[in-house]
Design a protein around this ligand. Sequence first.
Ligand SMILES: Cc1cc2nc3c(=O)[nH]c(=O)nc-3n(C[C@H](O)[C@H](O)[C@H](O)COP(=O)(O)OP(=O)(O)OC[C@H]3O[C@@H](n4cnc5c(N)ncnc54)[C@H](O)[C@@H]3O)c2cc1C
Length: 669
Amino acid sequence: MRSPVIHWEDNMTMRVIVVGGGITGLVATRKFRNCGVAVTLIERTFPFGGRLRPERVDVPGYGQAVFDPRPVFLGPACYNLDHPEAPLGFPPLGLRPDEFRPETLGALRTFPVAHVESRDGDPVPLLPIERVSIEGGAKGLIDLLLPSGRDEHLELFCDTEVIALEPDGRGWRVRVRECGTLNDDRLTRTIHADAVLLTQPIPAALALLDASNVKIPDLLGDELRRVRYERTITVTAAYRGPAQLPAGGAVSFSDSPLALVFDNYSPGPSPPGPAVTAVANADWAAEHWEESDEEISRTLLPLIAPWAGGELVWHRVQRRDHYRATSRIRMPFAEASDAPPLLIAGDGFAGYVSNALDAAYTSATHAVTHLCRALGREARIANRPTRRTPSAVSLEVCVTSAAEAHIAIGGGADRLLLCAAPEVGGLTPTVDALRLTRRAVAQQRRAVPVTVLIRPRVGGFGYSSDEFEQMRRDARRLLKAGADGIAFGFLHARGAEVRIDAERCRSLAALAHGRGRTAVFNRAFDCLTDRRTGLQDLLALKFDRVYTSGARRLALDGTSALAEAVGYGGWDIEVVAAGGITAGFVGCVVRETGCRHVLVGQRRRHKDPTASHRLIDTEYGVVDGARLSETTAALRRAERDDELASGLGLDEDEECGVPVTSVSQPDAA
Ligand SMILES: Cc1cc2nc3c(=O)[nH]c(=O)nc-3n(C[C@H](O)[C@H](O)[C@H](O)COP(=O)(O)OP(=O)(O)OC[C@H]3O[C@@H](n4cnc5c(N)ncnc54)[C@H](O)[C@@H]3O)c2cc1C
């Protein structure tokens, strides 16, 4: 999947404050600079690196030594997100090949990890037991991520804490305080930015928002408070004598107070002999949290000794509140406020990737892309042109029968939405209509998923309990008959506010997800009074897809709302542009919004001679194969143009033309 990219003109001066200089903050800072956004990075401690920062300590009889929390276990998102086919050794963390400095970072390499089944047992090697890490350790990684060289649009602050945020017109006033001094009258000052990205662990981010009186949507707050971080106790120790662990190696335990012991060697001033960090397992740490350092050392040091070797010369016990996020949420970041923009990112997000560091990287990447979009819109308002490059787009076609399914697939449909009566916005189809449609799809020998609409009547989306029960039964029957997904929407009104009925949605979504099918929120979305909160609700409810026209009759008129929805949720939920989309402006919608999914009707009037008396309408709509083929061709042309514009053909700064042509009637969706 290729993320849309925004290229700024050289004179772009939008500024973001990134709070927290851990891996999330460093990745974000680097990516913002790559996008041409000015950044102020503020970190409370020294040096940068957050939980992974190497520590300088005085080892008695030796002097200063650096302990590096290596090996850094990297998952696929870190080392080859953009190039899954790339061999090991490809520049990690989304760095461009020309940013990859082997002299600092060494190279990605596999390090040996042994596993011990029981406290007294022998190490039992697991195959494959190797984990990918970086030879330069965490220090190499952090050095590399920190932007180097003079850059007037980059400010880096260590030992500086953000103590309050306050919205200020179109931006934020951020109050910061020096930390590296014991003076009571520590220097405080205020910095201004167009947007803020918080990257500290989620509880710390929420505490800062609370202290600053910045309110976030309730459902989002609840979701964020559910993220749990593992507490742990670590013991870092230096020894004299031969090392037991291979350089960069580690040993993990399944039945011990220890979870992991890893080699701690750092390039540069290292301890005299072997050095290790031992991580206690979470249960043991919780049980012994209140014990003194001496008591903890008494238990853990003898368990570490066989893996360290030699005489102990120094050790230190540390309690870590946020070792790593254990119950992450799926969304890649949270939008606490859109105007002015305020996002939260970090290893508590992107629950769909494998490990904590991957999550930090993935979260930072998506948050940056989202903020770039938001700032891009601001920039356009301020008359600073931007350009973006959408990627491949899927085409979904609304059909009512097997015959239309044939036409739709012949016309290029990637997936089908089956419903009855599209002229009134669509109603639940019959089970037989689904069976015949599936048979038609099978005959075409193409994997075209069929979603069915669950809508018992025309009108709004607040249903009686009988209607709700009918919808549940219809959904069950249609899923059983082979529907690949169900599209529905439940809303309720509180005064003037129309919100998503989370309880009913959860119930129907569970029916789909329980069978491994997709849950799609229909165009009820466009009736919400606050669609941003609605999108957050849909993310929390784990919807797979949402149809929207940007709350206008035609998607062409709702492009800014569509772009916003894609920008916020486009990585975790498929935002499908719907509403009167035709060959004339499908390319425009895609370019303007970044949508990678469109839903079209493309129906023409068909005359039925048997209904030729005055009481019954003689015409009804059918999918028009020729118009559909035109739309498909226009869509593919737009994709090709974008590919060319995204670097294969056009110059980076060249403007991408947006063809806006005729507009036709809206389709039912
Ligand atoms: C010893 C150790 C080994 C680990 N090994 C691995 C591993 O091998 N693989 C893996 O995937 N994960 C590992 N992890 C977990 C991994 O380190 C974290 O998931 C990752 O570093 C999180 O990065 P982050 O930037 O999201 O958060 P953090 O590293 O917590 O960074 C947040 C930063 O925000 C700063 N901050 C907080 N409040 C403020 C404020 N008000 N103002 C300014 N700054 C503020 C903090 O000082 C901190 O530096 C390990 C963790 C530890 C402790």
